[in-house]
Write a protein that binds this ligand. Structure first.
Ligand code: DC
Length: 217
């Protein structure tokens, strides 16, 4: 595949900090950035809007997906995340979204974050990063990001519910037959439990620069 710049794959489970890292990495390297989760979220949203169970065949929504569908403000809710995970398990939905992802990186290369970027979409990516953290850490981050108060009386209950929801979605994403979430053999894994966003970026930049020199000479 001829491309105008490097492809950097950032994969990992839900709420591991992939989005923050991938956006900052793209800025630092002056590359376009694509959050591929938004593709599946937008398809899940369209299925829900049509009154359809997202587990039912949804490729017609993926085939008709427009850029404006991905810019909607209502894609970050828990029900849309679940719907995204369900449509994402359908091979026909995944197939309909491959071309968009390839095209995105053609002109200048790109940083893409998702679940299968380094394993299925760009197995020849120049750099593959796998970002992960324990489900407790990821639930806490999600809780704080969504404005949760850790001192509130129901904080422990809400945290437990969030952790369960994240865990269930990870299980679904990792156990599906079509392009499941898994670490690519040649990926560099970054565990972020004890790292802040700045430290994750520094480590990702170090690995990326090292690999780009190795690949391009
Ligand atoms: O990254 P996210 O939480 O926005 O992704 C939402 C869902 O979309 C996720 O549970 C699985 C699916 N997804 C996928 O299967 N492949 C990708 N490359 C990105 C997301």
């Amino acid at each position: 595949m001829t491309r105008g710049g490097p492809v950097i794959a950032v994969d990992g489970p839900a709420a591991a900090g992939k989005g923050t890292l991938a956006r900052r990495l793209a800025e630092a390297l002056d590359l376009p950035y694509l959050d591929t989760g938004l593709l599946y979220r937008a398809v899940g949203r369209l299925a829900l809007d049509a009154g359809q169970d997202p587990a039912q065949p949804a490729e017609r929504f993926a085939e008709a997906l427009m850029p404006a569908d991905m810019r909607r403000k209502d894609l970050r809710t828990p029900d849309v995340a679940l719907a995204a995970s369900k449509v994402a398990a359908q091979p026909a939905v995944r197939a309909a979204l491959v071309e968009t992802q390839h095209r995105f990186a053609t002109e200048r290369g790109a940083v893409l974050d998702g679940r299968d970027i380094g394993t299925a979409i760009f197995p020849d990516a120049d750099v593959k990063l796998f970002i992960t953290a324990s489900s407790a850490t990821r639930a806490l981050r999600r809780f704080l990001q969504s404005g949760g108060d850790p001192t509130a009386a129901d904080a422990q209950t809400r945290l437990r519910e969030m952790e369960e929801a994240l865990h269930a979605r990870d299980e679904a994403d990792a156990s599906r037959e079509s392009a499941p979430l898994r670490v690519a053999d040649d990926a560099h894994v970054i565990e972020t439990d004890t790292l802040d966003a700045q430290a994750v970026l520094a480590e990702a930049l170090r690995v990326t620069r090292e690999r780009l020199v190795a690949v391009r000479g």
